[in-house]
Design a binder for this molecule. Sequence first.
Ligand code: ASP
Length: 477
Amino acid sequence: MSTRRPLALHWKILIGFALGVIIGIAIDRFWTPATWASLGVNDPQSFMAPKSGEAFATGKGAEANQDASFVARSVRFVSNANTFIGQLFFQSLRFIAVPVVFCSLIVGVASLGDIKRLGRIGVKTLAYFAITGAVAITLGLVIANVAEPGKRISPEKRAELLIEYESRVAESVTRTLDVPSIWQQLISMIPANPFQALATAQMLQVIFFSIAIGLGLTMITRAKAEPVLQFFDTLTDVIVKLVGIVMHLAPYAVFCLVTQALVNMGTDMLVGLVYYVLTVVLGLGLVLAVIYPLLLRTMAGVGYRRFFRAMSPAMLTAFSSSSSSATLPVTIACASKRLGVSERITSFVCPLGATVNMDGTAMYQGIAAMFIAQMYVGDLSIAQQLTIVLTALLASIGTPGIPGAGVVMLVIVLESVGIPTQGIAIILGVDRLLDMLRTVVNVAGDSTAAAIVAKSEGELESEAEVARRLADDPDVG
Ligand code: ASP
């Protein structure tokens, strides 16, 4: 017992995260155009931009930067390496996401045994998703009504932001207008070609396909189903093992992704929008620190320390990647291996949740709509606010788990109550930061759901059981 245990993964990631925040903010604050000039770089943007073929051919930016010193070139190298490591991690997770859903869901559904049981778990899960989503939005609206962030922004700042981001809003509006109706969306869950669904990572279609195969396997004789089940079961184990390996990169990747995001985003844009940002942060913080722990304690008998210790790698990955879909393999590994949710419940609830359950996004869309309304049309009536609850819930369900999607779908919420969509321009500058935060809540919400559903089915391990298992499985520990 006297041998020193290596630092647990979540601590390593947390250290990477903290260093990323400190260094990202320091670079943003202290690295100025004058610093570049002292290193012989007069056009930092073209100096740092990845060189396209055209830029090489035309020598674009070369003249301004021909005096770039060795230090400047080294900085560029470090920056490129930083981007590379972040992307390597992100891409490795994306590479795993579809196979993990496909294989684990087939095995999960088949092992549920019958369609009745699947139906019961499905109804519970969806009801939980809808109720927590509605609670999150309502809470967001209450906070926005009390804090009134929209009345605290100066007209000058508003005009300045409007001009800066106007053209990008037009893009979001046209993109959102292409969104199919709810009926079309339901039909399109059935893939015309399941292999295409797998190849293009259409998550809802992949889920449908996997459930169908899993159910089909329960309807044929056990002897015939067994080899196929064995195959997918083994493949699931292999994939979860791969996640464990990829996670060794997480502390470094989280550092790289967070520094990058902070440097690209800058902290200047917070000025003038600080009330809005604080309102969203307060709302998300309440969901994460009060609502989920309460639900976990009362409905799953899980204390918040156990939950956060188990799920923190997934939550930190969500923060740095801003994508519930890319985080999904980590969510699945953490929920099943570290939190103790059975594999079949994890494989059903987590992929579904990553696609349709977005409490963080739903709350954010509610607060953002109120903020823009307070600036342009004043207070909203109760009926209008109820409309926001409903449309934000639907919009969050339709929001794909990728970076920046929530703000695009916000258009639907604004249009439902006649709030001018150009108001989105005002909040676009701070969206990256809020996206990182709401994705953490989205992922925490999915795993909370998994723990609660598992408990109700008698499929949640006790803390002691998890600890015993983890002692033999260092990869995810
Ligand atoms: N980035 C979020 C997610 O992946 C979606 C959003 O933009 O709200 O969960």
